[in-house]
Design a protein around this ligand. Structure first.
Ligand SMILES: [Zn+2]
Length: 137
C-alpha cells in the first residue's frame, strides 16, 4: 500500500507539474510550480517543498548551526582567497549592498583611523602624494 501510495504521489506531482502547479509536502498548499526551487535529481526538477517552507527550514537550520556555518564560510574564504575577493567585490558593488553597508563602513573606517593612527597617516600621506602627482602637475 505504501508503495502504491508513493506511486500515486509521484504521478499526481508530475500531473501537477505539467499543469504548472504542485502541492508542498511541508505546508500542504498547492501552488504554482514557480514557487518551488529547482532540483536536478527530482522527477519534475523541483523540490518537494515550496520556497516559503524552504526559506523557513534554511533559517531554522542556520539558527541551529550558526557557529559551524560561520566557521565553514571562514575556512572556505581562507582556502579560496581569490574567489572570495571576487565574490566580495561583486557583492559590495551591488547598489542595495552599498546602501546597507555604508553606515557600518563609516564606523569601521573611523575605528581604523583611531586604532592604527600611524599606519593610516602613512598611507594617507602616500595617497595624497600619488593624487597630487597624477592630477596637479
Ligand atoms: Zn510549503
Amino acid at each position: 500500500m505504501g508503495k502504491l501510495k508513493n506511486l500515486f504521489v509521484v504521478a499526481s506531482e508530475k500531473t501537477e507539474a505539467i499543469h504548472g502547479r504542485k502541492t508542498c509536502c511541508v505546508c500542504g498548499e498547492t501552488k504554482p510550480i514557480k514557487g518551488f526551487p529547482l532540483r536536478k535529481d527530482s522527477p519534475d526538477k523541483h523540490t518537494y517543498y515550496c520556497r516559503t517552507c524552504g526559506n523557513a527550514m534554511s533559517r531554522k537550520s542556520y539558527k541551529l548551526h550558526r557557529r559551524q556555518r560561520i566557521a565553514e564560510t571562514v575556512l572556505w574564504n581562507k582556502l579560496h582567497p581569490e574567489q572570495y575577493r571576487t565574490n566580495l567585490k561583486k557583492y559590495q558593488s551591488k547598489p542595495e549592498t552599498k546602501e546597507k553597508i555604508r553606515p557600518k563602513q563609516r564606523i569601521y573606517s573611523a575605528l581604523y583611523r583611531i586604532r592604527h593612527r600611524e599606519v593610516y597617516l602613512k598611507n594617507h600621506r602616500e595617497q595624497q602624494r600619488r593624487y597630487r602627482k597624477k592630477h596637479l602637475v
